[in-house]
Write a protein that binds this ligand. Structure first.
Ligand code: ADP
Ligand code: ZN
Ligand code: MG
Length: 504
C-alpha cells in the first residue's frame, strides 16, 4: 500500500531519498597530514602462579593441564588475589612514573565467548591501580616522552585452537595476570610506535615484570591510529588495529594503515571509527567491525574481591626496589665515566658486561680504555668461547692493572693484547704475566742503542735512503728494530735513537 502511495508522487519519493550534501569540504591538494597513534599493550606478569588460584603460570604445557575449578569458572568458586601480581603492578606503576591511587578496585567485563568459561573477565574499569605516567626513550637522537594513561591489572583468558573439523579451548592461559598499559595518543609514526614498544618492554624486562616474549604471547598490542591535517589539534576518527603478532608487525601495520587513511581523507572521504584486522601475510588491514557493532560490556564492580588499598609501608618497600632504567643507566655511564653514547649503549644493553665494566672502572682515571677492552676484546673473546661474563676467570681489577701497564709505558699496546689473551685463558694477573714471560717494554736506552746499531748495520740501503732525505725509510728501520726486540722496545724511544744515530 505504501508503495502505491509513493509511485504516484515523485515529489514525496524525493523527500524520502534525499540526502544532505556532504559536509566535508574537499581538502586542498597540497594539504599535509600527520598520524596520531596510541597503543594498548597487554603484558603477562612473571608470577609463579595465576591471578586468582594456585595453578602454574607456565608457557608451553599440554592443553588444559594448568587448570582448576577457579580458573575454569566453576560455579561457587572464589578468587584470591595473587600478592606478587599486585606488587608487580605497583612496581610497573613506579617504573612508568605513574601515580599509585590509594583506592583501586576490580570489575567484571561481561561478554560471551568460548575463551572465557566465566562469561566475564575480571579487570579494572574506573579505578585502576596506576595512572598518569610516562615513558621516556631516545628517538631520532632526541628524548621522546609518551604519556601513559593507565596500567591496569586484569586476567588473561583461554585460547581458542582451531583444527580441521573441530575447535578446542585451552584454559592454561585463563587467569594468568595481565597488565594493560594504555598510552595517550602521543605517537606520530610507525618507527616512533615501534621504538616506544621496544623501550616499554625493555623497561618491563629490566624491572622483572615480564619476559615480554611476543612469540610466546607474553606481549600483545592493539594499535589505535587516526590522521589529521598537520597543525590541527583535534583528533580524527580512531581506527583500532588488532592481530599483530610481532613488534615489526605493529610497524608494518602502521606503514600500511597511515597512507590508506591519508589517501581516503585527501579524497574527501570521512573516516568512521572502526576496528580493523591486520593480515600479516597479505600485509594489509581489513575491516572487522564498526562502532555500531561495539560491545556493551555492562561493567560492574567484582563482588568477590575487596578493593585494593595499598599501605604506606608496602608502597615504600616496592619503591625501594625500583631498578635503574635503561635510559637512566646510559646517561649515568656517559656522565659518570665520560663514555661516548655508543659505548654507554652497549654497556646498557648488555647488563653483565656493563657491571663488569663498572667494577673495573670505578674510581679509575682512564675509564674509556677499560670500556674499549670490555666492549672490543672481552666481548669478542666471550663470544668466541661461547662463554658468559660470569665465566670470566680474571678479576675486573686486573683490567685496570692492564691499562695502567700500557699507560705507564711498561708494555706496548701490542704486547697488552698478548697479556690479555693469557689473562682470559688462565685468570692470571697482568703484572705477573709480564714478569713471568719477560714482556716488559724495553725503555733502557743502552739496550735500544745496541739494537739500533744492529738494524742500521743489517740494512745499509734504507739507512742510506734516509740520509739522502727519504724520511719514510725511518719507519722501515723502526719496524725492523721492533721486530728484533720481539715487540718489547719502547717504540717512541726506538724512533728517536735511530734518527739520532742516522743523522750523526
Ligand atoms: P576506548 O574507550 O575505545 O578504549 P580510549 O579513548 O580509551 O578508547 O583510547 C584507547 C587508545 O586509543 C589509547 O591508547 C588512546 O591513546 C588511543 N586513542 C584515542 N583516540 C585516538 C585517536 N583519535 N587517534 C589515535 N589514537 C587514539
Ligand atoms: Zn586454576
Ligand atoms: Mg579505553
Amino acid at each position: 500500500m505504501c508503495k502505491a502511495d509513493f509511485r504516484g508522487s515523485d515529489r514525496r519519493l524525493h523527500k524520502f531519498v534525499w540526502l544532505p550534501p556532504p559536509t566535508v569540504a574537499e581538502p586542498p591538494p597540497d594539504m599535509e597530514y600527520e598520524a596520531v597513534i596510541g597503543l594498548e599493550t597487554h603484558v603477562q606478569l612473571k608470577t609463579k602462579s595465576k591471578m586468582w588460584c594456585g595453578c602454574a603460570n607456565a608457557f608451553g604445557s599440554e592443553p588444559n593441564t594448568n587448570v582448576c575449578p577457579v580458573c575454569l569458572g566453576m560455579p561457587g568458586v572464589l578468587p584470591v588475589a595473587n600478592a606478587e601480581a599486585m606488587r608487580l603492578t605497583v612496581l610497573t606503576g613506579y617504573l612508568l612514573n605513574c601515580e599509585i591511587p590509594r583506592f583501586a578496585k576490580f570489575d567484571r567485563k561481561n561478554y560471551f565467548y568460548p575463551d572465557s568459561a566465566k562469561n566475564y573477565q575480571v579487570t579494572q574499569y574506573d579505578r585502576p591501580s596506576t595512572a598518569n605516567g610516562s615513558v621516556e626513550f631516545e628517538f631520532e637522537g632526541q628524548l621522546a616522552r609518551v604519556r601513559i594513561t593507565r596500567a591496569h591489572l586484569e586476567e588473561d583468558v583461554g585460547k581458542n585452537n582451531h583444527f580441521d573439523r573441530h575447535s578446542g579451548v585451552d584454559f592454561n592461559r585463563a587467569g594468568v595476570p595481565l597488565l594493560e598499559i594504555v598510552s595517550e595518543p602521543d605517537l606520530r609514526g610507525p618507527e616512533h610506535a615501534y621504538t616506544y614498544l621496544k623501550a616499554l618492554t625493555d623497561i618491563l624486562v629490566r624491572g622483572g615484570i615480564s619476559d615480554c616474549d611476543m612469540e610466546k604471547g607474553m606481549v600483545r598490542c592493539d594499535v589505535n591510529v587516526s590522521v589529521r591535517p598537520k597543525g590541527s589539534d583535534t583528533l580524527g576518527a580512531k581506527i583500532e588495529i588488532k592481530n599483530m603478532n610481532s613488534f615489526s608487525g605493529v610497524r608494518r601495520a602502521l606503514e600500511y594503515e597511515i597512507p590508506r587513511q591519508i589517501e581516503a581523507v585527501a579524497r574527501g572521504e570521512k573516516l568512521r571509527q572502526e576496528t580493523r584486522r591486520w593480515d600479516d601475510v597479505a600485509g594489509i588491514t581489513e575491516p572487522m567491525r564498526s562502532k555500531e557493532d561495539a560491545h556493551d560490556y555492562r561493567y560492574f564492580p567484582e563482588p568477590d574481591l575487596m578493593p585494593f588499598c595499598p599501605t604506606d609501608d608496602w608502597l615504600a618497600d616496592i619503591r625501594a626496589a625500583v631498578p635503574e632504567l635503561p635510559l637512566q643507566r646510559k646517561q649515568r655511564l656517559m656522565t659518570a665515566f665520560g663514555l661516548p653514547a655508543g659505548d654507554a649503549q652497549v654497556l646498557t644493553d648488555n647488563l653483565p658486561l656493563g657491571h663488569f665494566f663498572e667494577q673495573a672502572a670505578a674510581g679509575f682515571k682512564n675509564p674509556k680504555a677499560i670500556a674499549n677492552w670490555v666492549i672490543n676484546n672481552l666481548a669478542a673473546k666471550l663470544s668466541e668461547a661461547f662463554a658468559e661474563v660470569g665465566d670470566v676467570k680474571f678479576a675486573p681489577e686486573s683490567l685496570r692493572e692492564l691499562v695502567e701497564l700500557v699507560d705507564g709505558g711498561k708494555i706496548s699496546s701490542k704486547i697488552a693484547q698478548e697479556v690479555f689473551a693469557e689473562m682470559f685463558e688462565s685468570g692470571a694477573k697482568p703484572g705477573e704475566i709480564v714478569e713471568k714471560r719477560g714482556l716488559a717494554q724495553v725503555s733502557d736506552t743502552g739496550a735500544i742503542e745496541k739494537l739500533a746499531d744492529d738494524v742500521i748495520a743489517a740494512n745499509p740501503g734504507p739507512a742510506a735512503d734516509f740520509r739522502a732525505g727519504k724520511v719514510a725509510a725511518l719507519n722501515f728501520l723502526k719496524g725492523q728494530l721492533m721486530k728484533l726486540s720481539k715487540g718489547k722496545a719502547n717504540p717512541a724511544l726506538a724512533g728517536e735513537i735511530l734518527e739520532k744515530k742516522l743523522k750523526a
